[in-house]
Design a protein around this ligand. Structure first.
Ligand SMILES: Nc1ncnc2c1ncn2[C@@H]1O[C@H](COP(=O)(O)OP(=O)(O)O)[C@@H](O)[C@H]1O
Ligand SMILES: N[C@@H](CCOP(=O)(O)O)C(=O)O
Length: 318
């Protein structure tokens, strides 16, 4: 479920009247998503996504995320632009909560991505990296290995063990990874969470990349590694699809060839990507009451991926 707040018809109509988008025709809550409330809004002027920011996001950073969307959309990337209200603002407040109206993009998120789809996503990601280079505002990645390793430690070993007996050892493994972590590879703004459910596709074409709320300044090859870990396995992380992985990297390199140092670092960067999702999922698992109407994501899905990258090394990207 991802509608945490009820918005009445009058309140919605008043909000929509602040934008030059025609009159409200309908608004339907969107079930997908975890962090924010989203509505598909139809007006006499078209379709839009209304997002109310509910959790995890530091409101002070919203201008960075929304400005980035506008910058990338203007550069021709497949991302939704924000709709500005009559006074030029992209961000408004309703009931004390921040909201934004965003361009609706068509497409569906693939469940079982094909190599052709992965190739298109690789290319789309590389275009974002290139287009973001001249986006001036900066945001540090607060989910780099040093941070996510700390998140695991903060969970506590007993709590981690209550999720799965293997997790305390993973927290130890994270400490070792932090020590090996590079920081001297080429940077840009990265998406950091480009899972299939954050990509909209029409056939083999990327029609939209959404959910830029973890975007930050960091290594571009790390973003490719995150996307590799997110796209090339079945949900549980048991089965690796080499053809999808190969197509993803090829698609990326068709737009932005990797430097030899980036290519060499990919297996380690992929381990860091796995750590990031093990940690955030473990933290969410412990924070979410068992009877909450939110699907808890299993951190072990990314422990299996981590084992794979550690065992395979460069062969994972051959
Ligand atoms: N710009 C958009 N165009 C079309 N659909 C969108 C757009 N933004 C969000 N959605 C829909 O809303 C859902 C939830 O959005 P998302 O940003 O992933 O929420 P959350 O941050 O809560 O995970 C997506 O799965 C997609 O179906
Ligand atoms: N993609 C992450 C979770 C991030 O949540 P989102 O709904 O904001 O994309 C994961 O799978 O752990």
């Amino acid at each position: 479920m991802a509608v945490y707040t009820h918005l009445g018809a009058e309140e919605l109509a008043r909000l929509i009247a602040e934008y030059d988008v025609g009159e409200l025709v309908s608004a339907k809550g969107i079930a997908e998503g975890v962090s924010n409330s989203n509505w598909l809004v139809e007006t006499t002027g078209g379709r839009f996504i209304l997002t109310m920011y509910e959790r995890r996001i530091d409101i002070a950073q919203l201008p960075f995320f929304l400005g980035l969307l506008d910058h990338l959309a203007a550069a021709g990337c497949a991302v939704p632009a924000t709709i500005h209200d009559r006074s030029g603002e992209a961000l408004r407040e309703v009931d004390g909560k921040a909201v934004a109206l965003i361009e609706f993009l068509p497409g569906v998120s693939p469940n079982e991505p094909t190599p052709a789809q992965a190739r298109a996503v690789g290319a789309a990601l590389a275009r974002v990296h290139l287009a973001a280079k001249d986006f001036m505002p900066q945001r540090e990645n607060d989910l780099a290995p040093k941070d996510t390793s700390r998140i695991l430690d903060k969970c506590g070993m007993d709590a981690l063990r209550s999720i799965d007996a293997a997790l305390p050892e993973i927290a130890e493994r994270a400490h070792r990874l932090v020590e090996q972590w590079p920081d001297d590879l080429p940077h840009s703004i990265i998406h950091s969470d480009l899972f299939p459910d954050n990509v909209l596709m029409l056939g083999d074409e990327v029609s939209g990349m959404i959910d830029f709320y973890f975007a930050a300044h960091d290594m571009m090859a790390y973003d490719l590694a995150v996307t590799h870990a997110a796209w090339c396995f079945d949900k549980t992380g048991e089965l690796f699809d080499a053809a999808v992985g190969k197509a993803l990297v090829e698609g990326y390199e068709n737009i932005r060839p990797l430097e030899p140092s980036e290519r060499e670092a990919l297996p380690l960067l992929a381990e860091g990507a796995c750590l990031r999702f093990v940690a955030s999922r473990a933290e969410d698992w412990l924070d979410t009451p068992a009877d909450a109407h939110v699907l808890r994501k299993d951190p072990m899905d990314f422990v299996r991926r981590w084992d794979f990258y550690r065992d395979q090394g460069a062969a994972a990207f051959a």
